[in-house]
Design a protein around this ligand. Structure first.
Ligand SMILES: [Zn+2]
Ligand SMILES: [Zn+2]
Ligand SMILES: [Zn+2]
Ligand SMILES: [Zn+2]
Length: 277
């Protein structure tokens, strides 16, 4: 399980340019609305983000609906998955290698997901999933950094960076591997990923299954302190961007198009990201 000798093979990135069926979710419209990109005021420095992000968020286990913290869920989910492994062991023919990954915002760790995927999933499909749930605004390039190797989404031929994302998870991820993902090389969103464990289990009904994810953190309006509902992508008044309640959003000076509803994503407020929530 895990790393095999076949790692680091730079297979072509086989993604279609205009991707991909929803992964493990049935909601919402696609993400490829190409709009004019606003000037990017990067929200704040990584150091500032790190201090801000101390607020811990809790999240719900998708397997039993218990609400726990990010780290408590590591053990909790392993208990679920270990018991499922037993059934995988009983039916070795119908089972496959599955990897459990914890992903969070490198500078916004209050946003996180526990994921499970087949070992034969490609980095490209994992990238699709992260874009779909958290990242996609204007089809920026993205990249995984694993053990010093770069795996880049090649959105055009002759892309200058790294190997493509055609490689399978089992060829690059071992037990405990920590790696990173970057979306957008301008106003970047950095994610940290860690392999919690590998197991044998029955094939998943979806490409990537979300085992748990954070509940939306509470945010306060930078003007009045009431719960914020909107974020302005055109200016940056507070340390987490310009977060506004509905009333203060009404007389906010920026172009209306710059005001978007706050989303449960580490890319909230960045570039043209609109998210789901
Ligand atoms: Zn549970
Ligand atoms: Zn963008
Ligand atoms: Zn307000
Ligand atoms: Zn504004």
């Amino acid at each position: 399980m895990g790393r095999s000798g076949a790692g680091r093979v730079a297979r072509p990135d086989t993604r279609s340019p205009n991707p991909r069926a929803p992964l493990g979710a049935t909601r919402g419209p696609p993400w490829w609305s190409h709009r004019e990109k606003p000037n990017n005021h990067h929200l704040h420095s990584p150091a500032e983000e790190t201090t801000l992000a101390r607020k811990m968020t809790r999240g719900e286990c998708a397997l039993c609906n218990r609400v726990l913290g990010k780290r408590a869920l590591v053990r909790h989910l392993r208990e679920h998955l270990d018991s499922q492994q037993a059934s995988g062991d009983a039916d070795p023919e119908g089972s496959k290698d599955l990897v459990h990954i914890l992903v969070d915002g490198k500078y916004r760790p209050e946003y996180w997901m526990h994921l499970e995927a087949g070992g034969d999933l490609t980095l490209a499909r994992l990238d699709d999933m992260l874009r779909y749930e958290w990242l996609e605004c204007c089809d920026h390039m993205s990249e995984f950094l694993i053990d010093g190797e770069r795996y880049t989404s090649n959105l055009w031929e002759d892309a200058p960076r790294g190997a493509g994302m055609g490689v399978q998870l089992r060829d690059v991820l071992a037990e405990g591997t920590e790696f990173e993902h970057v979306y957008d090389f301008g106003s970047s969103t950095h994610l940290r990923l860690r392999v919690v464990g590998w197991r044998r289990g029955p094939s998943l009904p979806v490409t990537v299954r979300i085992l748990a994810r954070n509940e939306p953190p509470e945010r306060a309006c930078v003007r009045c302190g009431e719960p914020a509902e909107l974020v302005c992508t055109g200016c940056c008044e507070g340390p987490e961007g310009t977060l506004l309640c509905g009333a203060c959003g009404g007389d906010h000076g920026c172009d209306d198009e710059r005001l978007v509803i706050i989303s449960n994503s580490p890319r909230c407020g960045v570039c043209a990201y609109e998210g789901w929530d």
